[in-house]
Design a protein around this ligand. Structure first.
Ligand SMILES: [Zn+2]
Length: 189
């Protein structure tokens, strides 16, 4: 509500991957459909989760909640790169998790790529330094190149966890400083 958006009006929510800091709380969007990659659902409900080191970044409740949404006709699956609506693209970038998807958005400053955890920090992509939470390190490294190519220029790529994002982009209002970044504005260096 801080952004003036009523969660009940939201129709589509993109789940980039199912790690606990990117999933859950689906019931807060009672009228939304959730967009997820086939590979992610298979990953979080299959054999890989028998490995504690792979499942430790997932919360079982989040996974069960998503399964319930599948049975409630609230999930739209995507298999690889796809267009959600004109101007919003989904891009399968495995490596961090098997079904991670980054999102490209046409904005007033042109196309930007929201990498999510396909790029935790600017330096992961810039220096091709893999992040420590990884399912497939080769695919993670390939993913850095993919999001870089999709973005086309460094200032069009937005990493998922870099505190520099909040420093480089202005807040939409004074009270949202440090909480929300206006990614459609040009970043400072
Ligand atoms: Zn993650």
């Amino acid at each position: 509500m801080a952004m003036g958006i009523d969660a009940a009006q939201v129709q589509d929510v993109i789940i980039t991957h199912m790690h606990y800091d990117h999933a859950g709380n689906l019931e807060l969007f009672p009228n939304a459909r959730f967009h997820v990659q086939d590979a992610e659902m298979e990953y979080v409900t299959g054999r890989a989760m028998t490995h504690p080191s792979l499942r430790h970044s997932f919360h079982l409740d989040d996974v069960v909640e998503m399964v319930r949404m599948v049975y409630g006709d609230r999930v739209v699956f995507h298999n690889g790169d796809d267009t959600l609506v004109p101007g919003i693209g989904l891009h399968h970038v495995p490596g961090h998790t098997r079904g991670l998807q980054s999102v490209s958005v046409a904005t007033k400053r042109g196309l930007i790529v929201l990498a999510s955890d396909a790029a935790h920090y600017y330096e992961n992509v810039h220096d091709e330094l893999p992040f420590s939470t990884v399912e497939n390190i080769f695919q993670m490294l390939e993913g850095y190149r993919k999001v870089k190519r999709l973005a086309g220029a460094p200032e069009r790529l937005v990493p998922g966890h870099d505190p520099l994002v909040l420093e480089r982009y202005p807040a939409p209002s004074e009270e949202l400083k440090g909480i929300v970044a206006a990614l459609d504005e040009a970043p400072s260096e």
